[in-house]
Design a protein around this ligand. Structure first.
Ligand code: NI
Length: 180
């Protein structure tokens, strides 16, 4: 495993569309492992492959406080979305800023995991926000282009935002239905 460098806006690659993964081989598994390591090292809750310079439709998310609930998302599709919610978002590729974005309240996604097994997952709360934010990365869209308001954020503000999210996030639904 290796730590990868996170690309920072306005790096052009962040605006490019990622391509589907054709075969999940050892190289892809290594990439996923590197993405998880990089996400944990940078204290992100999500990281898309494009953010480390790889234009493949892969992202990882971990909403837990202690890095024990990694979700690997390859070639995702949104099957269903409903409602709206407005949340504060931030992005490792857009440092020292946060912004208010409206997203669906619930999304159901279909994707492959790192073993190539297809699953569906119904997400609400901040997990739904994170899924939409990361999916946007795969299409070259950064959240600031969707934000109604952007704010400068100090390290203190960042910790406060994370604490608020943790409090709000209790009870968030991630019902995973895996099938082969
Ligand atoms: Ni991001």
């Amino acid at each position: 495993m290796a730590l990868r460098q996170v690309r920072i806006a306005p790096d052009d690659i962040l605006n490019k569309k990622s391509r589907p993964v054709a075969v999940i081989d050892d190289k892809i598994k290594e990439l996923v492992a590197d993405m998880l390591e990089t996400m944990y090292a940078t204290e992100g809750v999500g990281l898309a492959a494009v953010q480390i310079g790889v234009l493949k439709r892969i992202f990882v998310i971990d909403m837990s406080d202690d890095g024990t609930d990694p979700i690997v998302v390859i070639n995702p599709e949104i099957l269903h979305s409903e409602g709206t919610q407005e949340e504060m978002e931030a992005c490792l590729s857009v440092p020292n800023l946060s912004g208010k974005v409206t997203r669906p309240a619930i999304v159901v996604i279909k994707a492959l995991d790192e073993d190539g097994i297809e699953y569906e997952m119904e997400c609400d709360g901040f997990l739904a926000v994170a899924m939409c934010h990361e999916l946007d990365h795969l299409d070259g869209i950064l959240y600031d282009s969707r934000a109604s308001q952007m704010y400068e954020e100090s390290e203190d503000d960042r910790q406060k935002r994370k604490a608020q999210r943790r409090a709000k996030n209790k009870g968030t639904k991630a019902s995973r239905r895996k099938r082969r």
